[in-house]
Design a protein around this ligand. Sequence first.
Ligand code: 13P
Length: 257
Amino acid sequence: MNKTPLVIGNWKMELSHKSAIEVVSAIKKMMQQETYPADIVVCPSFPSIAAVHASVQGTPIAVGAQNVHHEEKGAFTGSVSVASMRGFITWCILGHSEVRRAEGDSDALVAQKAKLVLSHGIRPIVCIGETGQQHDSDETISVISAQIDMLLSSLDRVSLLKTVIVYEPIWAIGTGKLPDPNEVYEVLLFIRKRIAGHFDIELADRVYLLYGGSVQASNVKQYIAGPGADGVLVGGASIHPRDFMDIVSRTASAYAL
Ligand code: 13P
């Protein structure tokens, strides 16, 4: 089936407001000079979301948040509600391992957040993945299956189709350690089969599955080509516009193979 590859930049807490605007301006400029046959999402930190959204008007670039509070509203000092971002974001990263670690988000809470953002017309980008220790003791598939099953039992077909699932081995995030592409294919295939078992093959084929973890222009192709991912979630390299757009180009060309 024909899908457009998806490349998402997770800017984490790396940029000042001024730098965030500069990065998105540079990306826009490159997109005016060259055609990039991929869908592009940038995820600034909360205070820059509205300005980045304003900056990308009239361009194909979409904006996402890096997290959201699980309640609609209330006395939650320091938290950010989906309603406060509505109109500015079309995507929201959920269950990133850095958030799971810092805030203790469980699979059940991630699923609850996914339903919440979907009810506001926002598409969830759900991250799953195993720790280095779990990887070394061959627990990857059991960890992934618990994470994916919670999501599948919480979402209906339409919701799942709007959801992007990212396999991010935690030990590959920000470390430069790259998983064997065959292992990534196996995990992605496992996820598709799980979706097919819960729903059907047609739906499983249509759901976007991404890879994330130490992605660079020099290594992205191996995770995309052939039976690989439908795109990538990029951390460190996404705050450098040239590097990010190189990743976008190479993802698009590997996906077309
Ligand atoms: P790096 O690309 O810096 O490894 O980060 C990956 C990531 O966490 C994206 O969400």
